[in-house]
Design a protein around this ligand. Sequence first.
Ligand code: GLC
Length: 431
Amino acid sequence: MTSPRLERMKDAVRVLYDRNRQRGTAAWCGRDYDFVCPSMGTYPFQWFWDSCFHAVALSHIDLERARIEIRSLLANAQPDGFVAHVTFWQREKYEDMLATYAIAYRTPYLSDCIQPPLLAEAVQAAARGEGGAAFLAEVLPATRRYYDWLDRERDPDRDGLIATLQPDESGLDHAPKYDTYLGIAGLAHEEFTAAWERVAGPYAEVGRDPDRMFGLDLFVVEDMLVNSIYAENERVLGELLASTGDTAGADEMRRRARRTTTALVDKCYDRDAGLFFDLAGADEEMLRTNSISSLMPLLLPDLPEPIAASLIDHLEDPREYSAPFPVPSVAMNAPSFSAGPVGKLVWRGPSWINTNWYLSRGLRRHGRSDLAAVIEDRSARLVEEHGFREYYNPLTGEGAGAHDFSWTALALDMLARREGLPSPGKGEGQG
Ligand code: GLC
């Protein structure tokens, strides 16, 4: 028996995902598309990590649509394995919107940029239930190619941590952790556009060749959110490969997952602060802003317990992260924290449901189901009281940013978890 609360959330997600569904045929590649866009008002295209979250939410209401979401995401995977962070399927309809995007293009219809790599988790969610084995057989080769591409092209120093080449690759576009590194002096949107141009201009001059972009050393960040998700997904891909009998592939992915986790712990954990910090530039200098990224390795089941305990201390500290509506994306006592929206800048303090989803799972894995339940419950309450917004004020709960924002539907997966329903990622409750 599921609770009326869960059923109401499912109904709300169905309505949201019907409203934000995009279907058609794209003349530019001759393929059909069918996906959920992040928000009709501001983001009508297919974004990589958004779509992966959508597949997780869809797996609770319509498994076939979860699979279709992933098929659309992988339809334009490149022969080398790359999958773009945005596919502009119906670009012609929204040409005016593109004028305000700061995005580098691989083709007019594909961005030349990555996003946090949670494809394996999304595939795992969509492969549950009937027909799951056939679906896995269909999408695993492209999934594997994508992680091989990341390993080959995005880890030039071969330490197991992948690097982002521009801020939006972390999905945390205007996060204050980049301010000093990017030479950003104020909060005017033009400051951020100028910083983007200082990076994107020289990249264009070297033809956006990855080796030469790394060589320029203008923005090279081994990001904690990206790499926590990377390690988790290498592990999950190992599980998926094992389930299809590919033991060599499974062993390789598990080895890579351990390597990434070891590098996180050895190179990015600051024992004095008890936090993880991104590494920037060829010199791998720590970007010491106390933000949600600093807590993300909590997701990893094999994170040493004393380190997990330290991250949890920060999460429970009312001066930092224990807000009425957790979890703020920047520690509340950091100078750059802002509870409400800062113009159109994102990730400068408000609480987001996708990072709550990851942190609550990490808490369960490290024996703190009690605190996980609080985050899950508050996340669902934000949706129930303020609708599916892009982000929320951690002090008041007020919603901000885009309306009818699709990944906020992860609240459904959080409620399902609390009721012990099958959710992506087996055995998570046994922390
Ligand atoms: C913003 C977010 C990014 C997200 C995109 C679409 O750019 O920072 O993470 O993927 O919107 O929702």
